[in-house]
Design a protein around this ligand. Structure first.
Ligand SMILES: Cc1cc2nc3c(=O)[nH]c(=O)nc-3n(C[C@H](O)[C@H](O)[C@H](O)COP(=O)(O)O)c2cc1C
Ligand code: SF4
Ligand code: SF4
Length: 283
């Protein structure tokens, strides 16, 4: 899928696409909405198409993509309609709703029914800032890794090398760091709450139950009218950090396995964006 342009005959200049695009590829210039992606930053999330009330964002549905199946039962549309939310209103989430979301996670499946996930609900802005600062420092270290990519090429998976070698990776990270240093919350997007799940360190096995629990929690949040976004950058940065575990009171032999935001979405998406076709073998 490729976003081509804004159809100025249809565009009502509501500017919703400016807020919705995670890569900031829309701008308002000379009284017009403009789309430009010279560095190929578009992650093909389709948020611009989904938010535009005038269907003014023109896109090319390449052969590898398709629209959602119109035959899907309406009970399942909620799942397809769930977007990652990066714009939150100031409305606080009630303790009752937080409890419901925790309850949805408590009832998630776990290997051998171990039910070993532990949760932290982070409302304190100072703690959120400590996590953000740590994440930004990790991003700066990642930029050093990008510089050294040819030296480490033989020792890393080719997909990681591709990521390091893609010019848009370093430009994107530099732009996030610069926005953060100007005071913009590019990490948690001013979400009123952050939920963190930790689990005993058991190698890769540590991740499965927390990811299932978080997915339940995120879906429950959506059903309750809340929005959420997985915090991959934060997770990567803090997963094994002794300093962050100390701040959060997490014991040494535990790993931070899932982090996501919670809050009331500021934007309402009116369409379901296209997705890549999937490869399925029926045997
Ligand atoms: C494991 C994981 C990590 C993610 N990390 C981030 C993140 O750090 N920051 C962010 O803005 N979005 C993050 N996302 C959101 C994805 O970019 C998002 O799912 C994607 O853009 C598709 O959009 P949708 O979820 O709205 O359909 C993450 C998603 C997943 C599943
Ligand atoms: S598909 Fe996503 S990243 Fe690309 S222009 Fe639209 S909103 Fe921005
Ligand atoms: S969301 Fe659509 S109508 Fe609104 S400014 Fe963007 S392109 Fe124009």
């Amino acid at each position: 899928m490729k976003i081509i342009e804004v159809n100025l005959n249809k565009c009502t200049k509501c500017k919703l696409c400016l807020s919705a695009c995670p890569a900031n590829l829309f701008s308002f210039q000379n009284d017009c909405i403009n789309f430009q992606d010279p560095n190929h930053w578009c992650i093909k999330c389709g948020h611009c198409l989904a938010i535009c009330p005038a269907q003014a964002v023109e896109y090319d549905l390449s052969p590898s993509y398709r629209e959602y199946s119109k035959n899907i039962p309406h009970q399942l549309l909620n799942l397809l309609n769930q977007r990652s939310i990066r714009n939150y209103s100031e409305e606080q989430v009630s303790p009752e709703k937080i409890e419901f979301i925790l309850e949805a996670m408590r009832y998630s499946a776990s290997g051998h029914n171990l039910q070993g996930c532990k949760y932290i609900v982070i409302k304190d802005r100072k703690v959120q800032l400590a996590l953000s600062d740590f994440t930004i420092k990790a991003m700066k270290k990642f930029l050093v890794l990008i510089k050294l990519r040819y030296f480490i090429k033989l020792f890393i998976p080719s997909i990681l090398f591709e990521l390091l070698n893609d010019p848009s990776t370093s430009v994107g990270i530099k732009s996030m760091i610069s926005d953060y240093e100007k005071g913009k919350d590019v990490i948690f997007f001013y979400a009123p709450l952050v939920i963190l799940i930790y689990y005993p360190e058991m190698g890769e096995m540590s991740l499965i139950d927390p990811i299932i629990a978080a997915t339940n929690g995120i879906h429950a949040a959506h059903l309750l009218g809340l929005g959420s976004c997985w915090m991959g950058f934060v997770m990567q940065a803090i997963a094994k950090s002794k300093k962050i575990k100390k701040i959060l009171g997490i014991p040494k032999n535990y790993r931070i396995c899932a982090v996501f935001t919670l809050g009331y979405p500021q934007l309402n998406y009116s369409r379901i964006p296209p997705r890549k076709k999937i490869k399925v073998n029926y045997i």
